[in-house]
Design a protein around this ligand. Structure first.
Ligand SMILES: [Zn+2]
Ligand SMILES: [Zn+2]
Length: 416
């Protein structure tokens, strides 16, 4: 078996429809997208490399400050309670919901720190660190990016804040402002880093041999590079020539893995909606709330924008994700032709929107961190929040496992 690289960098297999496209020469500000499905292949950034690096360093500093400083403080009839970022996850664990605590801890504390650290190290160490380390770090940065959910956490904070103001005097602390600055600078870093350009800089091969006719094409999922392999079909176990990630013609066992995650998510979706999400105790009287009950409470309090936000994030999006995934998986399985642009658009939509469903889980983590006054006034997490967190994570895994090119293979088979 012989593996050869394409001459470049100028060819690309669209990761969503499998079309072989030719990339245009780099022109800052230009967005190269797939002519068949509209997927963005290369967003050419205008900024210099030092700009995302400085943004990432600033975001990291804001994050470190937010980690140690107090986040929120509440006062109820002379009693007060302070919460840091880590208080919510710790409280989940103390209440016996270790999985939910681990989830919130991972997506609000570990993933943002790793993501920012890896981006800073990759951009700052481009000329210093060994290329193999840099490639691994940049791959990890790209994989971790959607799991750093500071932006979603801040929306969860907004919902928690409006609920808290109904019961207590709320004082916003410095870590909150630092977290907002961290979110803004992190978005600026993500939005200005030219991913393809970084991969080209990291590609240290002296030359790239000419392609072989009739060879198999394997677009890399990590860096986008188009690897070719002879013989065709490609043997298993190949790695990308540019970034060293494993490459496959199609994601291995894509449909069965996506079905497994989706079915598990559907099983959890029912208890997530039936069982209480949290319990509020006030003057020894306890009220439990389901997801829907929480939405109705917001609406009854006249907070319509927030009620709509939670309704979309916690009710509509998970349901829509499950229904669209079922539709995409069944049509891919039956090799149904037609509506391919719509189906690929639906895939992109649920891929983008999935993480925003975490708003309610973050809201609970903030409320349980602060409302800890026993029978006087306290909030406790309930099993519904754990099930709901499971639904969000499992549907994200299902989207990740599904290979949208399988839908296009019905009309455009790989081996003709
Ligand atoms: Zn495409
Ligand atoms: Zn690669």
């Amino acid at each position: 078996m012989e593996t050869v690289a394409h001459p470049g960098e100028d060819q690309r297999e669209c990761s969503q429809c499998g079309l072989l496209c030719r990339l245009p020469p780099r022109y800052p500000g230009l967005v190269a997208d797939c002519p068949r499905c509209g997927n963005v292949l290369w967003r050419m950034r205008r900024s210099r490399r030092s700009y995302p690096l400085s943004c990432a360093v600033a975001a990291l500093l804001f994050y470190l400050f937010a980690l140690v400083a107090p986040f929120l403080e509440i006062h109820i009839y002379g009693r007060f309670s302070v919460a840091r970022l880590s208080t919510g996850p710790a409280q989940f664990v103390l209440e016996g919901f270790g999985l939910a605590g681990a989830l919130v801890f991972t997506v609000t504390l570990i993933a943002p720190a790793l993501k920012l650290g890896l981006l800073t190290l990759t951009l700052g160490g481009l000329r210093v660190l060994p290329p193999s380390w840099l490639k691994l770090m940049f791959r990890l940065y790209l994989a971790l990016a959607p799991w750093a959910m500071i932006d979603v956490y801040l929306l969860g904070f907004l919902v928690a804040y409006t609920k808290l103001t109904a019961y207590a005097l709320v004082h916003l602390d410095t870590a909150l402002y630092a977290l907002i600055c961290c979110m803004l600078t992190m978005a600026a870093a993500d939005g200005s880093v030219d991913i393809e350009q970084i991969w080209r800089t990291l590609d240290t091969r002296a030359c790239t041999p000419k392609p072989v006719r009739g060879s198999a094409h394997l677009g890399c999922h990590a860096c986008g590079y188009l690897n070719t392999a002879a013989p065709n079909p490609a043997p298993p176990g190949m790695r990308c020539l540019r970034c060293d990630a494993p490459v496959h013609v199609r994601k291995p066992n894509s449909l069965s893995r996506a079905w497994a995650f989706l079915l598990a998510a559907m099983c959890l979706y029912i208890p997530a909606n039936i069982y209480p999400f949290m319990a509020l105790t006030q003057l020894a009287h306890t009220t439990t709330y389901t997801i829907f009950g929480g939405i109705i409470e917001l609406a009854q309090a006249g907070l319509w924008p927030l009620a709509l936000l939670v309704f979309f994030a916690s009710f509509t999006i998970p349901l829509l994700k499950i229904l669209l995934l079922i539709y995409m998986l069944i049509t891919a399985q039956l090799r149904t032709k037609g509506h391919l642009r719509f189906r690929t658009g639906a895939y992109r939509f649920i891929d983008f929107i999935g993480r925003w469903s975490m708003i309610d889980v973050f809201m609970v983590s903030i409320l349980i961190a602060l409302m800890r006054f026993g029978q006087f006034a306290s909030v406790h997490a309930a099993i519904g929040s754990v099930c709901f967190g499971g639904v969000v994570v499992l549907t994200i895994f299902a989207v990740e496992a599904f290979d949208p090119r399988l839908m296009w293979d019905a009309e455009h088979p790989i081996y003709e």
